[in-house]
Design a protein around this ligand. Structure first.
Ligand SMILES: [Zn+2]
Length: 133
């Protein structure tokens, strides 16, 4: 199941980001998957709870968007959006095209929860009382 490996790579990116921003948890993870990436969204969704278990992203929600397939035509230089099983130029109909997008898996957005006040509440109350008295 290569979706698990892909998912774990994604979570590594997410946890690195969370560490960098001193986040306490991750609430939402947004990814975009191209139809030609070879990644099944359903399998990725299934692998997700296994990949996040025990990490800062444990309990986060995974949102999967699909990316359009786009090709660049070598004959007429047009760029067009096509279906995944028909990579022909939409302008002139040639098969001499180059894939521009549709085979990638991207981490598009991560929602982090950052708690700046952890552990300081009791201390500040004590100093307030001392100032009044
Ligand atoms: Zn063309």
């Amino acid at each position: 199941m290569h979706e698990l490996a892909i998912c774990q790579a994604l979570i590594t990116q997410v946890t690195d980001l969370a560490t960098e921003r001193s986040a306490t948890s991750v609430s939402d993870i947004f990814v975009a998957v191209g139809p030609l990436s070879g990644v099944e969204s359903a399998l990725l969704q299934n692998a997700f709870p296994i990949a996040v278990a025990g990490t800062v992203a444990d309990g986060a929600e995974l949102h999967i968007d699909s990316l359009p397939v786009r090709v660049h035509c070598k004959d007429c230089d047009a760029e067009s959006e096509v279906s995944a099983n028909r990579l022909l130029c939409a302008q002139c109909g040639t098969w001499k095209t180059r894939l521009v997008s549709g085979d990638e898996l991207l981490l598009t957005r991560v929602e982090l929860e950052i708690d700046k006040h952890t552990g300081h509440r009791d201390l500040s109350r004590t100093s307030e009382l001392a100032a009044e008295g």
